[in-house]
Write a protein that binds this ligand. Structure first.
Ligand SMILES: Nc1ncnc2c1ncn2[C@@H]1O[C@H](COP(=O)(O)OP(=O)(O)OP(=O)(O)O)[C@@H](O)[C@H]1O
Ligand SMILES: [Mg+2]
Length: 219
């Protein structure tokens, strides 16, 4: 998103662990209507820094509640998680309404997924009963590759409608975009990668519309 390390005086670390307000952490980005709370490598040590605290899994939820007025100005808050199930990930699961799980189209990815789904169940029981699975997203998909197709079939067989119809193909424009500090939608809006992410956004909005419709029917 193009925010230089030197311009990250206040970061998500200060928001999560200190008492920094969200309004002083948020920064505008090159994308209209998108604000970013940046992190630095400090965040990598957060896990150890909070391990002894009693409220170590609800720090993010508490921080969001502290800044409810700022939070309410946004339609969506995306929390980018580390690739492992550590305390930072747990903080995100406790604070979130739903999770979107990118699944690389490779064999071992499915193993990680079952562990994640167990953790989601535990978080629901312990502290966040409303936590939904927004969807599982197959990424780095290569339809010429048998393994991609096997992982897709396996994921759809076991997770059913939890798996998004949309799949993100392996696409070189996606891998180039970060070196230009741009999202792929701005870097090459006509690329197959950008088209796939737009399709994902449409599918996600459609699912939410459906959910609200059925939700209001049952009330
Ligand atoms: N569909 C794709 N096609 C080609 N390259 C991709 C695709 N998706 C991601 N990449 C590239 O793979 C690398 C890792 O992607 P990304 O940072 O999104 O993954 P991540 O799982 O969030 O990684 P981390 O665990 O380090 O946060 C990046 O260089 C990115 O540009
Ligand atoms: Mg990442």
């Amino acid at each position: 998103m193009g925010i230089a390390v030197l311009d990250r005086a206040s970061t998500t670390y200060d928001f999560l662990i200190g008492d920094e307000r969200l309004s002083s952490v948020l920064q505008p980005t090159p994308v209209a209507n998108v604000m970013l709370a940046p992190a630095t490598t400090d965040l990598a040590s957060a896990d150890l820094d909070i391990a002894q605290r009693e409220n170590r899994t609800s720090l993010l939820r508490n921080a969001f509640q502290r800044d409810a007025a700022v939070m309410s100005q946004f339609d969506y808050v995306l929390i980018d998680c580390p690739p492992s199930l550590n305390l930072l990930t747990l903080n995100a699961l406790v604070a979130a309404d739903s999770i979107l799980v990118p699944l690389q189209s490779e064999f071992f990815a499915l193993e990680g997924l079952s562990q994640l789904l167990l953790t989601v169940r535990e978080v629901r029981e312990a502290s966040n009963p409303g936590l939904r699975i927004e969807g599982i997203l197959l990424t780095m998909y290569d339809r010429r590759n048998n393994l991609s197709q096997l992982v897709e079939r396996d994921a759809r067989d076991t997770m059913g409608s939890l798996v998004f119809e949309t799949m993100i193909p392996r696409n070189v424009r996606i891998s180039e975009a970060p070196s230009f500090a741009l999202p792929v939608l701005s870097y090459d809006t006509g690329s197959r990668g950008a088209a796939a992410y737009r399709a994902l956004a449409r599918e996600l909005l459609q699912n939410e519309k459906q959910m609200h419709r059925t939700g209001s029917l049952t009330q």
